[in-house]
Write a protein that binds this ligand. Sequence first.
Ligand code: PHE
Length: 492
Amino acid sequence: MAEEAILGYLAKNEEIGDSGEFASKHGLNHDEVVNVIKSLHGFRYVEAQDIKRESWVLTNEGKLYADTGSPEAQLFLAIPPEGGIPREELQIKLGPLLFKIGCAQAAKNRWVDMGGQQVTRRVQHVDDRVKDLLLKIKEGQVVDQDDIKALKARKLIVPQTWNGYSLKKGPDYAPQRKKFAADLTREMLQSGDWKNVEFKEYNFNAKGQPIEAGHLHPLNKVRHQLRMIFLQMGFEEMPTDRYVESSFWNFDALFQPQQHPARDSHDTFYLKVPSTTKELPEDYVERVKCVHESGGYGSRGYEYDWSREEANKNLLRTHTTAVSARMLYNLAQDTLKKPFTPKRYFSIDRVFRNEAVDRTHLAEFHQIEGLICDRGLTLGDLIGVLHDFFSRLGMSKLRFKPAYNPYTEPSMEIFSYHEGFGKWVEVGNSGMFRPEMLLPMGLPEDVRVIAWGLSLERPTMIMYGYNNIRDLFGHKVDLGLIKTNPICRLGL
Ligand code: PHE
């Protein structure tokens, strides 16, 4: 609107002398006109010269008197024409402030007689000039300089600078703004139009649009980095798509006795439907039963009656070592057909434990597990590979503490020195799988498996500064935080 009016006017006229007058003549809002002028000036359609004008605006007090009349006029009207009014009564009628101002001004104007106790009118009629002047100024009319001075002294008006422009055609004037092409299109190239089109210049100062996109959860980001570390170290990922597992693979295959407390329903979630597994490799089950009951391979076993029913029970896997057991069993099966080949395997996935939830524990979390399977491996190899692995996570000071797992011997808890916390923190668990686990599977006798595990949540919480696991995982997670989380890198 304003743009058309300005460019159209300049097509027929030399100049626009005053943007304020132009705006009111064309029924336009002056602020809008000013914005258009700035834009047209930027593109050199017009030349603009600043105009500054002092104008006057009413103060709050000025506005009040413009509505209700000046205090002196109010005072005059409050005095009865005949006989006057006692001072006190007049003061109560007007209020102390209006009374004070009104008295002073009315006396100066010689409108009233303040002598003695009684206030009386000195004239029959008064004109409220102050109110009239205020109304004139409000409407933007010109007022005499002496009157301005007087109103300003009474703080009924204050100056305000008015900014406007005078305009002339600019060097790139056109009666209509040219449309610039923002993109070079396939059609322009085909038709040859690109030769005639004027392209919009790049605005290198423009801010990019915020991108509304999907955001990866911190656990996903850290999992990705860990996966990369394992892949760089030559590990293959194991298939972990099996939350429901049989007790057999989760415990029995790992030489975990059936009376072990971890197998209690207070620690493990068992399934009601389907409550048992249908298929287990029977000859292998037989060997596992034997090793539990009476040992073999140089072991005494646990010397108890092993129950097939117990092994058949379905559960939510309590550790990803169940996956490792299946993989090692498959690897052993392969050696029936072809020579044994060493393997490096890893997994990162969810496990479940029947735990009371608190700020560091959830009933479901993620485990990271790595294992190497080769002939003649030693505890020294395990310590070496742990140093390699953990230093890639930024933990190069490690300590090991003897520990116990039913399926590893020896076993070691892994501690890392945390510079920020200034202390040693437990970062994982490790060991060499027992012969009672590996030999029933059918792996060659000199094959050893070194393995370690840790949670995904722990390093993620440390890196992202979470101190309550429920802020990281579960129904209390703040989605906004996932969008605004910083980029964190393991090992930096
Ligand atoms: N399965 C163990 C746990 O749940 C971790 C582990 C993996 C320990 C491999 C030793 C070897 O804590």
